[in-house]
Design a protein around this ligand. Sequence first.
Ligand code: NVA
Length: 286
Amino acid sequence: MKHLLTLKNYSEEEILDFIKLAEKIKKRPKRFSKKLSRKTLLMLFAKPSLRTHLSFDIAMYQLGGHAIFYDLSHSVLGEKESIKDFSKVTSRYVNIIMARLYEHEQLEELSRYSSVPIINGLTNFSHPCQILGDLLTIKEKFGKLNGIKLTFIGDADNNITTSLIYACPKVGIKLKIICPKQLKPKIQGKYSLSYNPADAKGDIIYTDTWYSYHVEKSQYAKRKKLLRKFQVNKKLLGNAKFMHCLPASRNEEVTDEVMDSRQSLVYDQAENRLHIEKSILLRLLK
Ligand code: NVA
C-alpha cells in the first residue's frame, strides 16, 4: 500500500505513469467507468476547496465509485478525538482517503495509522495532486516535459513550490525560483534561485497566491508590500505560457490581462485535475 503525501518518494517512472494513465483516461473516459465500482473515497476538508473537492468527487462517480464529503472545518480532530483513533476508524469504512489539512504533520499522523491509502489534498507543505495535473498540462501543451524551462515567481515558501521542487527535476524540467529573500523555499533541491523579478524567463511562468490558506490575515499587508514587484504582468510574461494553480487574486499576483490571455493555461490546469485524480485513485487502489 502506498500513500501520496508528497512527490518526494515517487520515482520518475511512477510520476510519468500517473500522467500516461491520465492521458488514456482523458481520451476514453467510458472505458474506465466501472473500474472503481463499489469503492468509496472519504474526502476530509479542514480548509475551503473548489477544484480538489469537485474533481475527486466527480472522478469517483465517473469511475463507478462513491465519494463522501466530510467537513473538518469545525471539527475537533486531534482534540476531542485523536488522529490515531480517527484514522483507525475511518479506514475501516472506506477504501481510500483524501485529506486537505492545515499541518502536514497531521497528514503524516493520519497515514501512520490508516489501513487504506491516504492522498494529500493540500497541506501547508505540499500539494502533489496539483503538480501531477500540471505535468499533464505541460506535456499536452509542449509535447514533452524533458528540457522545459519553468520559472516559479512569488511566494516560494509554500506547498506549490515544494511540490514543483520534488517533481520537476525528476522529469527533466529545469526549475527556476524567483522570490523575495524572506519567502524562499525551505527545502533543498535541484533549482536555481534569484531574488530579481527581471530574471523571469523560460517556457512557462508559474505563480501562486500571496495569501495561501495557512497564512494568517495579519500578514496580508506585509506580504502585499513584499511581493508587489513579483506580480506577473504582460511585460514580465513576455512570450511564455502562464500557469497558476488557482484560486488567483486577480491584479495582485497576476494581472487580468495575463489571466485572460491566450498564453494562460489556468483553465486547462483546472480541467486536468479531474483526469489526474482518476489516475491517482486507480493507481493507489491497484
Ligand atoms: N498555495 C495555495 C494553493 C491553493 C490551491 C494555498 O495553500 O492556499
